[in-house]
Design a protein around this ligand. Structure first.
Ligand SMILES: Nc1ncnc2c1ncn2[C@@H]1O[C@H](COP(=O)(O)OP(=O)(O)OP(=O)(O)O)[C@@H](O)[C@H]1O
Ligand SMILES: [Mg+2]
Length: 214
């Protein structure tokens, strides 16, 4: 079982939006997925209520209970756990960061990128695998702002491909309790999220190999 934690100090960077769409894309690709919502705002618990379907389990969890809950899920045969965390520094974010892979989403703006650097520092202090993900990029990819963002994050460490664009499909999918791949399966947001899952899967394998070699 592998875990992916979405963490960043900056509010509104897209942690919950991406976590929900990614969880669904991974489930569609054959993973047995569970989602832990560690944010008292409970965005994903609410998303799951709208969803209604029990195919992907979603539960709120407190930081002190995360480790035992993950062990339980592993026993039950789950293959992937996606963890959403609150913005800012918190016990929840720190507990989530201690797992397999930390994804740090950032909008391609200076303030967001600076916050990412803080989150990166925490991940590095905890000696965790982390990777950046640009989100809400203008759909015309050639913007200088996005390119600066790519350069800044590449300089800080790994950057996931593809960057995610700002697309109404992500917002509509969330509103309907769906992932982007369910809301508009042949749309560009769905294609982006499927590619994102493929790159994360490779990253998780690399992180596991790194741990075995260490
Ligand atoms: N790729 C995207 N395209 C369009 N809208 C997006 C995208 N990603 C996120 N959003 C929108 O941006 C807002 C913030 O997203 P979200 O709530 O997922 O961020 P968050 O990091 O979880 O925020 P918080 O820190 O408050 O938990 C939401 O209104 C969401 O619909
Ligand atoms: Mg959120």
């Amino acid at each position: 079982m592998r875990t992916i934690a979405f963490v960043t100090q900056k509010g509104g960077s897209g942690k919950s939006t991406i976590a929900s769409s990614l969880a669904i894309a991974a489930a569609e690709a054959g993973e047995r997925v569970f989602v832990f919502d560690m944010d008292p705002q409970a965005s994903l618990v609410k998303w799951a209520k709208v969803r209604g379907d029990q195919d992907v389990g979603v539960a709120f969890i407190e930081p002190a209970k995360l480790k035992a809950a993950l062990a339980q899920l592993e026993k039950s045969g789950m293959s992937l756990v996606v963890i959403d965390t609150p913005a800012g520094q918190s016990a929840a974010a720190e507990a989530a960061m201690k797992r397999d892979l930390v994804v740090i989403p950032s909008r391609p703006n200076a303030f967001d990128l600076w916050s990412s650097e803080q989150t990166r520092k925490t991940a590095r202090d905890l000696k965790r695998e982390y990777v950046f993900l640009l989100n809400q990029c203008p759909p015309a990819q050639q913007s200088a702002r996005v390119e600066d963002g790519v350069a800044a994050l590449e300089a800080l460490g790994g950057l996931l491909n593809p960057p995610l664009s700002a697309r109404v499909d992500y917002q509509e999918a969330a509103r309907h309790g769906l992932g982007a791949t369910e809301y508009a399966p042949s749309g560009p947001a769905a294609a982006e999220v499927r590619k994102l899952w493929a790159s994360l899967k490779r990253r998780l394998a690399k992180a596991a190999n790194g741990r075995r070699a260490a």
